[in-house]
Design a protein around this ligand. Structure first.
Ligand code: FAD
Length: 314
């Protein structure tokens, strides 16, 4: 097929899924551009220690893992631009990817296939005080905002894996950590629960919901309600870290691709979306296991599928 495509494949997102895809498209000699709005590795750069990525029995820091993945992809010819992808349109079988290149401005690129690997962002509580005190004691990332938690009594909203991982990280910085979970039990994996419950500074309150974040210039407390007794109390904390789940980064895709009711991209077994030649990989797709190793596996599948698509259609 005749095409003016600038690239064989454009990948959106430089997390584990996007970088794994780039290694495979590069080795397949497909001309690849990766557009990512963060540095190499994406959010894993903030994880002090990744303990469950195969091949690293002593763990590896997220930033090192991300950098190694990027180095590996660049070795096979990856072109990377720091950019926010704002839209994708179809031009025949080609895809026009519209982006805002950081410190440069708008640009658009034509590709034969696109791999969406944009991941998710943390959900908000949506309660009074949350936006008012963001970065003034309200945070969504412990490592990124570590100084906000130092030497303070703090709270973590969310008793899942992400919440307890953060609580264990904050255990070294804060004077006391209260984990608040609205379900009757913690939902984190057993190993994280055991570790958190063994720490004297970590207190867990289940069946409890945060109703309001209070403060003047900075967070000074949380109004919390016990969901079985309806009793309202004020918990004095100097900061709160919110880890209550994730939302897909699919705002710019909702008119183009079929999404599930949570906004995650629907894909078939080859990770192809409802639009031929557009694939989705990692946390952003429906039914992902939301782990680094799973995202890497998805990146590989999406890259191989994109290669097959190009071979058949072009
Ligand atoms: C606190 C926490 C701890 C975790 N710890 C572990 C762990 O120890 N082990 C493990 O296996 N997993 C862990 N996970 C899960 C793991 O981080 C994810 O499963 C994995 O990062 C998903 O990779 P991804 O490439 O799909 O997406 P992401 O890693 O989210 O990367 C997506 C990238 O795309 C960028 N992006 C999004 N939209 C656009 C756009 N429009 N334009 C340009 N760029 C865009 C995003 O900003 C981001 O940089 C943890 C998660 C959390 C929240």
């Amino acid at each position: 097929m005749e095409t003016d495509a600038d690239y064989d494949v454009i990948i959106v997102g430089c997390g584990p899924a996007g970088l794994a895809a780039a290694i495979y498209t590069g080795r397949a000699r497909l001309k690849t551009l990766l557009l990512g709005n963060e540095a190499a590795g994406g959010p894993i750069r903030g994880y002090e220690q990744v303990e469950n990525y195969p091949g690293f029995p002593d763990g590896i820091s997220g930033s090192k893992l991300g950098l190694q993945m990027m180095k590996h992809a660049v070795k096979y010819g990856l072109e990377f631009k720091l950019a926010e992808v704002e839209g994708i349109e179809l031009q025949g079988a080609d895809k026009v990817v519209q982006a805002r290149i950081i410190r440069e401005g708008p640009a658009s690129y034509l590709a034969k296939a696109v791999i969406i690997a944009g991941g998710c962002h943390p959900k908000k509580l949506g309660i009074p005080g949350e936006s008012e005190f963001t970065q003034k004691g309200v945070s969504y990332c412990g490592v990124c905002d570590a100084p906000q938690f130092a030497e303070r009594a703090v709270a973590v909203a969310g008793g899942g894996d992400a919440g307890l991982t953060e609580a264990l990280y904050l255990n070294r910085l804060a004077s006391e950590i209260t984990v608040i979970e609205q379900m009757p039990n913690l939902t984190a994996s057993k190993i994280l629960q055991e570790r958190a419950l063994a720490e004297p500074k970590i207190v867990v309150r289940t069946g409890t919901k945060i109703e309001r974040i209070t403060g003047e210039d900075h967070v000074n407390g949380l109004e919390i309600i016990n969901l079985s007794t309806n009793e309202m109390t004020l918990l004095q904390v100097g900061a709160v870290l919110i880890r209550i789940g994730l939302e897909a980064n699919t705002g710019y895709l909702k008119d183009l691709l079929s999404l599930d009711k949570e906004g995650l991209v629907l894909v078939n077994e080859e990770l192809e979306t409802s639009v031929p030649g557009i694939f989705a990989a990692g946390d952003i797709r429906h039914a992902s296991s939301r782990q680094i190793a799973a995202a890497v596996g998805d990146g590989v599948t999406a890259a191989l599928s994109a290669g097959r698509f190009i071979e058949l259609k072009y």
